[in-house]
Design a protein around this ligand. Structure first.
Ligand code: AMP
Length: 552
């Protein structure tokens, strides 16, 4: 990401208060995108920047934005307080994340620069009050920003100087095209704009025409995902064509990976439907493997709380459904579409894209992502900044053509296979087949419906009724957990234990019980959870005695 002669933050002409905040964050050097984008932005250029997810994009636009606004305030003539910076993002989660990062960078100039996030629709009244104060930077999704512009609670025509469009490739795919076009009518004729995107597609091209004036294009010479020494990518293909066997195979493998500690540290499990996410949650629950689901059906406050607790190390396993794939084919049900109830999902939710999950050691694609871009966004949740990571993707035989498309996108010109076959000896985990089959049988459609309803009710309760209470008692928010059993009646305590005789010989003595639920404590410092590449750890152990599930 960085070369030896890269320009340090201290040579970029940034305000000392910003440098102090950067230093507090522990950033010793700018990332590639920051190194290239910041000087150009400070020079007044419009930018079109392609940088992969996790590359430090947010600070690449936030630092120059803060610098330019600070400079205007401290050196220019005294002007009326007004909104001068606008950051557009495709999802509410990203809005919160972007606001938080900008605020962290503005820690030492918080009196000069205020940042507001107006993306949560339910808080419209309080947002209007915040906007009356005219924060310097406003962050939001296009629909919320447009709504405020139309109600005159936000005015930009005479004041806005800087526009950022983050994750630009997603804005059109989230259906914001019309809103964006209407929104642009409320902007002044002249402003500086930065368009950040993980991919350059037709939508980005269209946006470029709409918002940028003579931009400098930064196509950084970096691949979309980190290289194999940082990110290891594997695929598991099951050869049988029988739907029922396929499903059991994948559930069994997942059980083995989690229960035998073959995946260590924090993992994100991606599925394509809500139904599937609850099926997995209830399945794992029976083996006392705690997990929580994360999807657009949950209230925004819950979604953000789950992400924040995951980042603090409260959960090891989150089962995520990315909004844009709801309705995609389901494993084992090839022609299936997602349940109608998926429509209840928040169209502005997004858990795979852009969200900064901290220290994820493995991403497991239980369902193949429907597009190569979706694969990149999911895989980008691990191996962020300079951390290592692993992606393991389960593939049905009929999904091979899709897999090839992913390979094509990742392999680039040399077309070397990127997703290596994950080899293991199935016969060594055969002993678990009966446990898994029984557990799968307990997870009926009825149980899933009930669990989903229960979860939504509880989350709504947390989110709405307790909102005021938690605002007054923020420490108690730590007590809320999202991974408690959803269907305690089917949890079989004895299944939480793995008898030694069932453990493959090479792994005996290495299987650790699942981490006890972390005791909430508002005083606890956020601990950096050590990420460990599970496949590397197989190899390491393999030196003494070769474990069975090791890729050979
Ligand atoms: P982003 O691509 O903006 O979502 O950032 C991805 C992660 O990289 C975040 O956790 C940032 O805190 C981190 N990050 C951003 N810039 C730097 C830097 N210069 N050095 C180290 N980490 C960074």
């Amino acid at each position: 990401m960085e070369d030896a002669e890269s320009l340090g933050f201290e040579h970029m002409g940034l305000d000392p208060r910003l440098l102090q905040a950067v230093s507090d964050l522990g950033w010793s050097r700018p990332t590639l995108i920051q190194e290239k984008a910041i000087p150009l932005a400070l020079d007044g250029k419009d930018l079109l920047a392609r940088a992969r997810t996790g590359s430090g994009k947010t600070a690449a636009y936030a630092l120059p934005m803060l610098q330019l606004l600070l400079h205007g305030k401290t050196t220019g003539p005294v002007v009326e307080q007004a909104v001068r910076g606008l950051v557009l993002v495709p999802t509410k989660e990203l809005a919160r994340q972007a606001q938080s990062m900008i605020q962290q960078l503005a820690t030492y100039c918080a009196r000069d620069i205020r940042v507001a996030n107006v993306s949560a629709a339910e808080d419209a009244a309080s947002q209007r009050a915040v906007l009356m104060e005219k924060p310097d930077i406003v962050v939001g999704t296009p629909s919320r920003i447009l709504s405020h512009l139309q109600r005159d609670s936000l005015k930009l025509r005479d004041s806005m100087e800087l526009l950022v469009v983050d994750e630009a490739d997603l804005l059109f795919s989230f259906g914001f095209e019309e809103e964006l076009k209407s929104l642009l009518c409320h902007l002044p004729r002249i402003y500086q704009a930065f368009l950040m995107s993980a991919t350059f597609n037709e939508d980005v091209q269209a946006l470029k025409e709409l918002v940028l004036h003579n931009p400098v294009t930064l196509k950084l010479q970096e691949s979309q995902l980190p290289g194999p020494d940082q990110l290891q990518q594997f695929q598991v293909i099951c050869e049988t064509e029988e739907d029922k066997l396929l499903l059991l195979f994948f559930f069994l493998l997942l059980y083995a990976l989690l229960k035998l500690s073959l995946v260590r540290g924090k993992s994100l499990l991606f599925v394509n439907t809500l139904e599937r996410s609850y099926r997995l949650r209830l399945f794992l629950e029976q083996f006392s493997i705690p997990s929580c689901v994360l999807n657009g059906e949950l209230p925004l406050r819950s979604r953000c709380h789950i992400i924040s607790q995951f980042n603090q190390g409260f959960y090891d396993c989150v089962i995520a459904t990315d909004a844009e794939v709801l309705g995609a084919p389901v494993k084992g049900k090839r022609q299936g579409r997602g349940p109608k109830a998926n429509k209840a999902s928040d169209p502005e939710a997004g858990v795979a894209r852009g969200i900064d999950f901290h220290h994820v050691s493995a991403v497991l694609n239980f369902d193949l992502p429907p597009t190569p871009e979706a694969y990149i966004h999911r895989a980008g949740r691990t191996a962020r900044a300079n951390n290592p990571g692993t992606v393991l993707t389960f593939v049905l035989p009929v999904e091979r053509p899709h897999l090839n498309k992913i390979e094509e996108l990742l392999g680039g010109e040399n077309r070397a296979p990127v997703l290596l076959p994950y080899q293991f000896r199935m016969e060594e985990i055969e002993g678990f087949r009966y446990r898994c089959r029984d557990a799968m049988r307990s997870v009926t459609k009825q149980a899933i419906r009930e669990a989903r309803l229960k979860e939504i009710k509880e989350e709504l309760l947390h989110s709405e009724k307790l909102k005021t209470y938690f605002e007054d008692n923020p420490r108690d928010l730590q007590l809320l957990r999202h991974d408690l059993p959803l269907h305690p009646a089917v949890v079989k305590p004895h299944l939480g234990h793995v008898p030694e005789y069932l453990v493959p010989p090479a792994l005996r003595g290495l299987v650790r019980p699942h981490k006890k639920r972390k005791k909430p404590s508002s005083c606890r410092k956020t601990k950096k959870v050590k990420t460990q590449n599970p496949l590397r750890s197989f190899k390491h152990r393999g030196k003494k005695s070769r474990p069975s599930a090791v890729p050979s």
